[in-house]
Design a protein around this ligand. Structure first.
Ligand SMILES: NC(=O)c1ccc[n+]([C@@H]2O[C@H](COP(=O)([O-])OP(=O)(O)OC[C@H]3O[C@@H](n4cnc5c(N)ncnc54)[C@H](OP(=O)(O)O)[C@@H]3O)[C@@H](O)[C@H]2O)c1
Length: 332
């Protein structure tokens, strides 16, 4: 760990490939009024981080900075310990184990981060290790689509092995939906273990020709399209995706169907991170939701972690061990 007024962080000052990330000692942030400071034990490297690092697709720069990134430390997930409180914070005490999301400000790829006490932050359920608690990003995106499901509806999740897909299967089941998960051979057992009612191996079977129709088809990995999935949709069924689709088709089709008064195609934008995080913490405490984890990298290996995540082949979540003395111990 760096000196008492500084902290180690993975920093960026321009958009580019993973090699542009630099590990530096930077000033440790101090919590303002209404804020908490968290000593980060574990984070993740996820597809939001990789998209933001590259400033791609270009429109994300409307939020992250046109020519240069506004934020200099990425990292949307964190799990750690409350280390200091700003004025007027009653919700938390120093030493509490917390996890959360940093959707606008990022900053989880550092030893400390400050955020408002009423932002997306919740207590880690007892007994859950830090490196099993940084689970927010994929689940939040999954929730933005699966929240529209009603009990008894039928849903197909394409790409059910990524961070979003593994969360989507669990959240859709919780809403009482019948879930068909489409994954590659190596993820069949995983999809069953998450509760999928039917698992289709896209490497062995044409998933668009399985002879069933669905209320919701969710492309959780950005590898199919509304055109391909039309035979799978019930009358009035919805196609939702996490990506823009070929030639931005999901955006254009969403706008077109929107003009006709229907919302049959869309890239749902996640909302209300604080409310969702609290709901997720409750589900985790009851054992109803679990993160699925792939590799774990040290903060010093963050460039390799970004390179791995950019391949688009991870299973669930890639963890960043920021304080190895804490990771996996489950204690402060
Ligand atoms: N723009 C943004 O800010 C943003 C933010 C978050 C997510 N997203 C998008 O959301 C998508 C999902 O993110 P994620 O983190 O959940 O993904 P991820 O973890 O990178 O998911 C990759 C998974 O998809 C599987 N996969 C790869 N090719 C496939 C195919 N053709 N058909 C079915 N499965 C396939 C891979 O396993 P196999 O190869 O073994 O099948 C792997 O397990 C990504 O496309 C990402 O770009 C965008």
């Amino acid at each position: 760990m760096a000196g008492s007024d500084t902290m180690r962080a993975a920093t960026i000052d321009r958009y580019g490939p993973p090699g542009t990330i630099r590990l530096r000692d930077v000033p440790k942030p101090n919590p303002g009024a209404g804020e908490v400071r968290v000593r980060v034990c574990a984070g993740t490297v996820n597809r939001t981080d990789t998209a933001t690092l590259r400033g791609h697709p270009f429109f994300v720069r409307a939020m992250t900075g046109l020519l240069r990134p506004k934020m200099h430390i990425l990292g949307m997930d964190f799990a750690g310990v409350i280390d200091a409180l700003g004025a007027d914070v009653a919700r938390f005490t120093v030493g509490e184990r917390v996890f959360g999301l940093l959707p606008e400000r990022f900053g989880g790829h550092a030893e400390y981060v400050c955020l408002p006490a009423d932002a997306a932050i919740a207590r880690i359920p007892d007994g859950l290790a830090f490196d099993k608690a940084a689970v927010g990003e994929g689940a939040w995106y999954a929730h933005s689509t699966t929240k529209r499901l009603e009990a008894g509806q039928r849903c197909l999740i394409y790409g059910a092995s990524g961070a979003i897909g593994t969360a989507a299967v669990q959240l859709a089941k919780m809403r009482g939906a019948q879930v068909t998960a489409v994954v590659g051979e190596r993820h069949i057992a995983l999809a069953h273990s998450l509760g999928a009612d039917r698992v289709v191996n896209y490497e062995a079977e044409e998933f668009t020709a399985i002879g069933e129709t669905f209320d919701l088809v969710f492309d959780a990995v950005g590898k199919t399209s509304w055109f391909a999935c039309r035979p799978l949709l019930k009358k009035g069924g919805i196609f939702a995706a996490t990506d823009l689709g070929p030639y931005w088709s999901n955006i254009f089709l969403g706008a077109w169907f929107g003009l006709t008064g229907s919302r049959r195609v869309g890239v749902p934008f996640p909302e209300d991170a604080p409310g969702f995080l609290r709901e997720l913490a409750g589900l985790m405490a009851k054992g109803r939701f679990r993160g699925v984890f792939d590799r774990c990298y040290r903060l010093s290996e963050i460039v390799e972690a970004f390179r791995y995540v950019e391949k688009g082949q991870k299973t669930g979540i890639v963890v960043l061990d920021i304080a190895s003395r804490d990771a996996g111990s489950g204690s402060a």
